[in-house]
Design a binder for this molecule. Sequence first.
Ligand code: ATP
Ligand code: MG
Length: 418
Amino acid sequence: MRQSQLFTKTRKEAPSDEVAKNAELLIRAGYIHKEMAGVYSYLPLGLRVLSNIENIIREEMNALGGQEIKMATLHPSEKWKQTGGWETVDVLFKLQSRTEKEYALGQSEEEIVTPIAQEYVASYKDLPVAVYQIGQKYRDELRAKSGILRGREFGMKDMYSFHESQQDFDRFYAIAKEAYLKVFTRAGLDAKVTEATGGSFSEKLSYEFMVLTDAGEDDIVYCPSCTHCANAEVTKVKEGGTCPKCGKGVLAKARAAEVGNVFDLGQKYPKAFGFTYKDKEGREQTPVVGCYGIGTTRLMGTIVEVFSDEKGIVWPKSVAPFGVHLISISGASGEDVKKEADALYTSLRQKGIEVLYDDRDLRPGEKFADSDLLGIPTRVVVSEKTLKENKFEVKDRKTGSISMLSLPDFLLRLPLIS
Ligand code: ATP
Ligand code: MG
């Protein structure tokens, strides 16, 4: 993509009411646009990042056997009344049509997915089954103060699994937990897993996936020596105490953002809808259900919180909007530089590399500042100086290290750097 054609431009300041670092950087760099508190639009660069995140999740959910669907987000109130959620879910947005019919906006989709599954699951032979979707959710959050970490409209991947027995659910739950850890690792993050009771859903076991960042809203107590981790609100053990799991580590306390969680929903939703299946003996049984959420937009914001410096964003390669930021700096020999940069742009694209090519007629300082703000992992500069040496200047956004490389050397190293 030629930067001269890009729909967005960078800006010096974020909106004055925007205090969260993630939103401030993403807005200044042109990834997102703020509509109002807690509601953002995703622009070309932002959509590229979000799609990369979604594709990582999609691959891991497909590997688990999840089948992708897209459910309605405008819900009939009747289904929410049937489960009691109409009265009890405080964040539910309720709408009334001009004919006074009532609707809810999807804040989670148990009310929709359960009756769908009920249509297709008749016998034990149809189980287990898992479906998921990636899309918008709406919640009437009291405070939307952490940029895209807590929105009133936001992106979520939600999966629902249906099982014959608690035992089969437990089996799937364990592999889903591992798949979640893979997702976060692939997105460049180190997620810790807390065990907690399920809050409003049920008192059953749930896992929360937490990433350490001061921008988060949770406090966790964790062991630096093993995987022990708990939400500070629920846990009996305290900071400074000895780890109850390994008996060695000294527990530490830290702020964290919940990027995902998984719940054992038990039989609550099938019971609400009278959903049963026939077991091997032909008896009616109620399935056991699990739900598995990842906040896709919160994940994107968390990545920015964790990977940024005073100059801007530093995207992990796996989610970056482009692999290479190519910058031409034309001085007196402008035409030669342009020719060389154009040729490199073409040959990188032919090799399947995603390139943002800054072909704009701007001062070098402005181009470099924009490049640091955008945070593409590898920057390649073509200038009079590099032309003279018959090399390119290659800079790593993360480490800041610069090397002068010939075209063959650069191409050789590309699989490692982008
Ligand atoms: P939280 O405790 O942060 O409100 P939750 O327990 O309500 O989260 P779920 O309903 O299970 O979360 O949603 C699944 C995931 O969706 C969460 O783990 C989080 O990553 C994300 N999420 C939840 N609420 C929001 C929101 N308002 N804005 C952005 N992401 C959210
Ligand atoms: Mg919530």
